[in-house]
Design a protein around this ligand. Structure first.
Ligand SMILES: Cc1cc2nc3c(=O)[nH]c(=O)nc-3n(C[C@H](O)[C@H](O)[C@H](O)COP(=O)(O)O)c2cc1C
Length: 290
């Protein structure tokens, strides 16, 4: 199968939103970024070693707070381990199907080692450090995703690695001070897996000029809801177990999002009531939330 960089041929969000940006400013990088869509169905083609290396060096090139590099990446290719991980993340089958899963971890264990090596106390297992390390890990994930997409691969982040922090830590042999923030499943998209970029909220709802404004929020939500109801992206994916206030035909982003945020269990998906105990889990992994 030809796995050329077909991403470049995909319609970008610039085209979907009918933005007029002078062509000389729509670089290859911007075409890749604005063509992003999460892919959840993969064929069995493995990643060549150079492809994986190109993705990993891109990840490691992300900016990192104070150059602390407070993150680690676990590369999982073993099929049995991927199958176990797929189970731990709420039986998301595509995690087993994708030939590679990268797990991006907040990591202060290396910093702890360096402090001890240099005969200094280590006092950085704080909330600020956890946030810093999580941002580092997230930026590395996003760089890996963009690099992969530029090579014609598909990818999907997997936040559900936080469903079972302890099981994930044991499976990956994570030492104290290392917490799995998110995974990234990678592979070549199966036939028909690409459906096009998912519409986003209107720019004005997200991008504020000089100062925050929610003046037109209602119109913005209405416009986006109409788009999402019309394209049926939430059809058959209603959040269950919530008293319905509206007919199915009016179920769109607003109702889906409101139901997701109405209870801790619905926010994180069916398998993730566990994340209610995230603070304990993070502290059990060696970070202090203070
Ligand atoms: C931090 C993070 C965690 C995510 N976790 C999951 C996940 O566990 N399972 C999944 O199917 N998608 C996951 N996603 C993908 C989002 O659902 C997706 O990005 C969103 O619906 C927008 O769609 P798009 O990426 O196709 O534009 C995650 C995305 C992010 C940024």
């Amino acid at each position: 199968m030809d796995h050329g960089t077909d991403n470049h041929a995909a319609r970008t969000r610039i085209e979907h939103e009918q933005l007029t940006i002078a062509p000389e400013f729509v670089t290859d990088a911007i075409r890749v970024l604005t063509s992003h869509e999460s892919i959840r169905s993969f064929d069995s083609t493995p990643l060549a070693a150079d492809v994986l290396e190109a993705i990993l060096i891109s990840a490691r090139s992300a900016p990192t707070s104070s150059n602390l590099q407070a993150y680690s990446i676990i590369v999982v290719e073993d099929a049995q381990r991927r199958a176990r991980l797929a189970h731990f993340v709420g039986d998301q089958k595509f995690v087993a199907q994708a030939p590679v899963m990268l797990i991006f971890c907040a990591d202060v264990s290396r910093l702890h080692y360096v402090a001890t090596r240099q005969s200094h106390p280590f006092a950085a297992a704080t909330l600020e450090m956890f946030l810093t390390a999580s941002i580092d890990a997230s930026l590395a994930l996003q760089n890996a995703l963009v690099a992969a997409e530029s090579l014609g691969l598909g990818a999907v982040p997997i936040g559900s690695v936080r469903n079972e922090p302890q099981l994930i830590a044991e499976e990956l042999g994570l030492p104290n001070g290392v917490f799995a923030v998110a995974g990234l499943s990678l592979g070549y998209p199966a036939e028909g897996a690409r459906r096009g970029t998912k519409p986003r909220l209107p720019s004005e709802a997200i991008v504020h000029v000089e100062q925050y404004s929610s003046e037109h929020l209602e119109q913005q939500v209405q416009a986006y809801d109409a788009t999402m109801i019309a394209n049926g992206l939430y059809a058959g994916r209603q959040v269950a177990g919530v008293e319905p206030h509206i007919p199915d035909a009016e179920y769109g982003w607003a109702e889906h999002t409101a139901r997701r945020t109405s209870r801790p269990e619905t926010l994180t998906g069916p398998a993730a009531a566990l994340r209610e105990h995230l603070k304990d889990s993070v502290e059990a992994r060696g970070f202090t939330i203070r």
